[in-house]
Design a protein around this ligand. Structure first.
Ligand SMILES: [Zn+2]
Length: 111
């Protein structure tokens, strides 16, 4: 379920709007403060709907990350992927699978 940040152009309040599906997210929500429909989506602050490709682009392997970074399961495996990309190495589908398992917590059961 995607969550988007909106700015109400009528009352000026920012708010997060949760959509039940990607399809719903194409419709404009009503401001929960004043009920106006003049809502502007703040693209820079999309919380959920960020593709892995864009995460990889912004991910800097040169900087050490603190624990909180890795508590976001979507970041698991990102470092290895970025490095592999930089070195032109194809990690293959086996790696993708392992990352997916690690992200969903299944890897503990399988090992
Ligand atoms: Zn409003």
């Amino acid at each position: 379920m995607p969550i988007y940040e909106y700015h109400c152009q009528t009352c000026g309040k920012d708010q997060s709007v949760l959509f039940l599906s990607q399809k719903d997210a194409t419709s404009k929500p009503l401001c929960k403060y004043c009920g106006a429909r003049r809502m502007k989506r703040l693209l820079s602050r999309v919380v959920y709907h960020q593709t892995e490709a864009s995460r990889l682009n912004f991910f800097d392997t040169g900087n050490p990350r603190d624990d909180s970074f890795y508590r976001d399961s979507r970041n698991v495996g990102l470092w290895a992927k970025k490095r592999a990309k930089q070195m032109g190495v194809d990690l293959g589908s086996q790696f993708e699978e392992t990352v997916e398992k690690a992200r969903s917590g299944k890897i503990i059961d399988d090992l």
